[in-house]
Design a protein around this ligand. Structure first.
Ligand code: KIV
Ligand code: ZN
Length: 544
């Protein structure tokens, strides 16, 4: 943690594991969440919002394990979301117990539209609930954050009152959400200015901002908020989140870094100060982006700022010429700043287990022995097929291994025959959760279609495939192919991801992965959504 006081710099609050995971299809299991949380700690975020513990026992367990393993004394603060109800707050407090630094983030809507149609409450009801629930959260932890949901569309005068009572009851951070991504940068900056001016006790709390990207303005809104006094930014890796997503962490951090001379005076610093405005280790950005994309199955568009495949590629002749003469002609930042190192050839067929383990460690993967053994076998297999193995190949192998646990349906064998003329045919053998080994075959319009149909005959979980994409990890004909798929079942979306030099095999594994997620969801039943399921929210607070 930096020696600067928190209000002299920006606090990065990462909500990839909570709001990001609320994106359709981005559901993560406990191990995957823990892997991402560890990487967020390496990235240097100040706060990890690890989930909504009341949602389900799985969410509770994920927050608890992250609190235990990542929430160390010198690690990030671990935060749990809770609606403004006693049962949510108590559950969040329970799950956060193992963390050295824990925060409860409680919220209730303040816009008239939410009050009338969602909560069916009056403004006075909300003004009564806030102090009671903030004080209740404060009885468990010192660090309490309060959010007036849909602040961007709330009456500012009412918002000031809500914030004042929250701070008076112990909120140490007040977060201003643009829940529906409606505001424009000057409006959002003005809202923060108004809060600073009109909430009498605002100097006792950090002002935070949270925003969705429905109009593509979330990052711009946040930067205006920073200029007007916001000091905590709630963001997600790759900007994933509800609908069009949340403000993207990598864009905010790099904007504050690359343009620090512009932003410095808003922090009372000399314009030419080189001191960083955040505690983020920017060299971890690219790796974190790939990890989140692989584990959530949320593809990063090639032209995405900072982490898109084209963000540092100079295709056109004029640009290449300029960049060769002097980098700064067309580049405002160096690819190495975000950890996009040259695609180094690091290992080969003759590399041993120690070299493999050492390189993984350098890449930030600390695998348990069993995981390491599995990954090493994958590496040896890959080294037989591919002469030169790069860091990106290693990441693909390890990410693939991490997400394979636990496998409920396990694909044991897949065999296809196809050609022209020929009828694509696939035979698959799947180990079912109850230990049976089942084999079946099907024909399809192509090899992948045949594989999916054969798997469906065994697994029997009706669904609709809505997205299928293949991308190569490195260049070259022997490259690893990464397959990402999304399928829909009863209105819910499940994604799957797998990597292999054979894209039909990768497709089969990606599909099985998505089916496993669907299977878990069927077993688990419904998970409560913090902002849409208002059963608990509609209950007036009662003493437990
Ligand atoms: O978008 C939103 O308003 C939220 C709150 C729960 C902070 O995610
Ligand atoms: Zn949100």
């Amino acid at each position: 943690m930096s020696s600067q006081s928190q209000s002299d710099r920006i606090i990065i609050f990462d909500t990839t594991l909570r709001d990001g995971e609320q994106s359709p299809g981005a559901t993560l299991n406990v191990d995957e969440k823990l892997t991402i949380a560890r990487q967020l700690a390496r990235l240097g975020v100040d706060v990890i919002e690890a989930g909504f513990p009341f949602a389900s026992p799985g969410d509770f367990e994920a927050v608890s394990r992250i609190a235990d393993i990542v929430g160390t004394e010198d690690g990030p603060t671990i935060c749990g979301l809770a609606r403004a109800t006693r049962q949510d707050i108590k559950t969040a407090a329970e799950s956060l117990k193992p963390a050295a630094n824990a925060r409860i983030h409680t919220f209730i809507a303040t816009s008239d539209i939410h009050l009338e149609y969602k909560l069916r409450k009056t403004r006075q009801d909300v003004l009564d609930i806030i102090p009671e629930m903030v004080a209740y959260a404060k009885s468990f932890v010192d660090d309490v954050e309060f959010s007036p949901e849909d602040a961007g569309r709330s009456d500012p005068e009412f918002l000031y009152q809500a914030l004042e009572v929250a701070i008076a009851s112990g909120a140490t951070t007040v977060n201003i959400p643009d829940t529906v991504g409606y505001t424009t940068p000057s409006e959002f900056g003005g809202l923060i200015r108004g809060i600073k001016k009109n909430v009498p006790n605002i100097d006792q709390a950090i002002i935070s901002v949270h925003g969705h990207n429905d109009l593509g303005l979330a990052v711009a809104n946040f930067l205006e908020a920073v200029k007007n006094g916001a000091r905590q930014l709630e963001c997600t890796i790759n900007g994933i989140g509800e609908r069009a997503g949340n403000a993207a962490l990598e864009e905010l951090v790099m904007a504050l870094h690359v343009r620090r001379h512009y932003f410095n005076p808003f922090f009372g610093r000399s314009p030419d100060s080189e001191e960083s405005l955040t505690t983020i280790d920017t060299s971890q950005i690219y790796k974190t982006s790939r990890l989140v994309s692989n584990l959530t199955g949320m593809f990063v568009q090639p032209n995405k700022a900072i982490v898109g495949a084209n963000a540092f590629a100079h295709e056109s002749g004029i640009h290449q010429d300029g960049v060769l003469k002097h980098k700064l002609t067309y580049e405002i930042m160096d690819a190495q700043m975000i950890g996009l190192t040259d695609n180094q050839i690091v290992l080969g067929k003759h590399s041993g287990r120690n070299a493999f383990r050492a390189r993984l460690k350098e890449l930030g993967f600390d695998l348990a022995d069993q995981e390491l053994n599995k990954a090493f076998l994958r590496f040896k297999d890959l080294a037989d097929k591919k002469k030169e193995i790069t860091d990106w190949d290693l990441e693909a192998i390890v990410n693939d291994e991490i997400q394979q646990t636990p496998e409920l349906f396990r694909l044991e064998r897949v065999q296809v025959s196809c050609g022209d003329p020929a009828q694509p045919t696939a035979t698959v053998t799947v180990l079912t959760p109850d230990g049976q080994e089942l084999t079946d075959a099907a024909i399809g319009t192509g090899p992948v279609d045949a594989v999916y149909k054969a798997i469906n005959r065994v697994v029997n979980l009706p669904n609709q495939l809505i997205e299928f994409s293949v991308k190569s990890v490195t260049e070259g004909i022997d490259a690893i192919g990464e397959v990402t798929i999304r399928l829909r079942c009863e209105g819910r979306i499940f994604s799957g991801h797998a990597a292999n030099t054979d894209i039909v095999v990768a497709s089969a594994h990606a599909y099985t992965h998505a089916l496993n997620r669907l299977y878990v969801a069927v077993q688990k039943g419904n998970v409560i959504h913090p902002q849409r399921d208002d059963v608990a929210q509609s209950i007036l607070p009662v003493r437990l």
